[in-house]
Design a protein around this ligand. Structure first.
Ligand SMILES: *[C@@H]1O[C@H](CO)[C@@H](O)[C@H](O)[C@H]1NC(C)=O
Ligand SMILES: *[C@@H]1O[C@H](CO)[C@@H](O)[C@H](O)[C@H]1NC(C)=O
Ligand SMILES: *[C@@H]1O[C@H](CO)[C@@H](O)[C@H](O)[C@H]1NC(C)=O
Length: 486
């Protein structure tokens, strides 16, 4: 009698629970995480041998020239190769955990540097006000290993010499390590030598490019000296000059670029930096690009992609309004309204994502930050929604900044709740599973790849952008996300 009653009770309970959770709502939307293939890639990248010879031939042919563009927007399609860091540098990590921890250390240095830049802009301080501490500050662990997750290949000078440059949407000033070096870090290409280029042209102190610099000085001979410090102890100092920059399909004369004689901290491996920010000295502004787009291939994939200028935005993309911060023209802000997990909206007050009166807060799209940072409140709401729908997965210990991890070592693939980012105007960008569940040890532990930040500034990072063509349509003030367009 008793066993029968128990069974009856249990089945009633099951029916009741099932009814409560599912009868009035549709099941959560899920998507497939291919555990086998992401783990396979993670193992492959550890033994990947960069083939620099493949990249050693100058890509560009220095015609046609865009040097006469003055007021009109340029429309010539220009394209550069884009490579994930691990396919260029031979860093020899003993296992995937050390590779991941190195990436995360660089990433926190990056986030610090973006926040410092914004704080300086909001408080009207100039970098020179901070200079003494800045220069004496020890370079933090991340920067000592060299920042920059994606490198593009372009050529500088006449005759054009090819260089790997870090792609950076979070800064404007372009620069190259430059002979003679008072202090240059290691790079994979020979260091740029101005004496070997007929198009090298120093700027004078009264040149408008020199006056536009945040930090400049004048040499005894009236030449323009620049300095950029990245807010985390790293910096570059040298002469501000103009040079010819060549792309695959054309070249642009008289691009203002820093010839850095003293370069410390960031960017080890790359010959310099390509500033793609919204300020007047960025490459995009100088060539008057109507748009630019990049596709960041999966960092473990060993593949490459392109950085394009003046390309039309793909038609099937999710769009977001591109917003400017009056206090800082460098960053690309988008108006985010929230997230959904499993197809259901996560309750987060929308003002969490807005730029406030003072210019603080908001959400930027950044090429150089890896893991998306959200204000603590937003992060916790997103994470909790994800945890609630993943109770079927075996939990694992936290790893570094990740507090939501799973042991998927016994699975070849698994269905996980969808995660989507919503923009004002109704666009919903649904992320592939591998853009939010990433391997952390090569043994089958995966973590939810979002992180909280104490700063009011949120950042959409490149882990979430992987495999997506991101178009900054500058003429129409739109950012477009197009999945599978690498
Ligand atoms: C996972 O990826 C591998 C390699 O790309 C593929 O062969 C396999 O079919 C995928 N598994 C699923 C379940 O899609
Ligand atoms: C990875 O390598 C580091 C450094 O050699 C070592 O301390 C760590 O235990 C290794 N981790 C695994 C999971 O093998
Ligand atoms: C910064 O300068 C602007 C004008 O240049 C001024 O309106 C604003 O109040 C200043 N902000 C601070 C925090 O001092």
């Amino acid at each position: 009698m008793a066993p029968t009653l128990n069974l009856f009770l249990i089945s009633t309970l099951i029916v009741t629970t099932t009814t409560l959770s599912y009868s009035r709502t549709t099941p959560p939307h899920t998507t497939l995480l291919n555990v086998s293939s992401t783990l396979h890639q993670a193992h492959q990248i550890l033994t990947f041998t960069p083939n620099l010879l493949e990249h050693s031939t100058p890509t560009p042919t220095p015609t046609p020239s865009l040097s006469h563009i003055e007021s009109s927007k340029s429309t010539l399609f220009l394209s550069l190769h884009l490579h994930p860091r691990e396919t260029i540098l031979n860093e020899h990590h003993p296992n995937y955990t050390t590779l991941l921890l190195a990436r995360l250390a660089r990433d926190s240095a990056r986030v610090t540097s973006l926040n410092t830049k914004l704080q300086l802009a909001l408080t009207n301080l100039s970098r020179s006000d901070l200079l003494p501490q800045d220069l004496s500050a020890p370079v933090s662990s991340g920067t000592a290993q060299g920042s920059g997750e994606y490198f593009s290949r372009l050529a500088v000078g006449n005759p054009p010499k090819p260089f790997f440059m870090v792609l950076d949407t979070g800064s404007d000033v372009n620069w190259l390590q430059c002979k003679p070096c008072s202090d240059c870090y290691q790079q994979s290409d020979p260091i740029y030598d101005p004496t070997a280029s007929s198009s090298y042209n120093p700027l004078t102190c009264d040149a408008h490019q020199c006056q536009t610099l945040e930090m400049s000085a004048c040499s005894r001979t009236q030449r323009c000296l620049y300095q950029v410090s990245y807010g985390d102890g790293s910096f570059t100092v040298g002469e501000f000059v103009t040079e010819t920059v060549s792309f695959g399909s054309g070249s642009v004369n008289n691009v203002a670029i820093g010839c850095g004689h003293d370069n410390e901290g960031l960017f080890v491996g790359a010959a310099g930096l390509l500033g793609l920010g919204g300020g007047p000295l960025s490459l995009t502004s100088q060539i008057k690009a109507s748009s630019f787009s990049y596709c960041l291939v999966d960092r473990d994939s060993g593949k490459s992609s392109t950085l394009d200028f003046n390309s039309p935005r793909p038609t099937d993309s999710v769009t977001a309004a591109l917003i400017k911060n009056q206090k800082l023209d460098t960053f690309y802000y988008v108006q985010l309204t929230g997230f959904s997990v499993g197809g259901v909206s996560v309750p987060i007050p929308p003002e969490t994502f807005a730029v406030d009166q003072s210019g603080a807060g908001g959400v930027i799209v950044d090429s150089g930050t890896a893991v998306t940072r959200l204000t603590t409140q937003a992060y916790e709401a997103l994470r909790d929604a994800f945890r609630r729908l993943t109770r079927n997965l075996r939990p694992a210990d936290s790893v570094a900044l990740f507090d939501t991890c799973y042991d998927l070592s016994s699975l070849r693939s698994v269905r996980v709740p969808t995660v989507a980012i919503r923009f004002s105007g109704g666009g919903t960008w649904t992320l592939p599973a591998k853009n939010y569940l990433i391997p952390v040890d090569g043994a089958g532990t995966y973590c939810f790849a979002f992180a909280p930040t104490n700063s009011p500034l949120s950042i959409i990072g490149n882990v979430q952008q992987q495999g997506t063509r991101v178009t900054f349509d500058l003429s129409n003030s739109v950012v477009a996300f197009s999945p599978n367009k690498c």
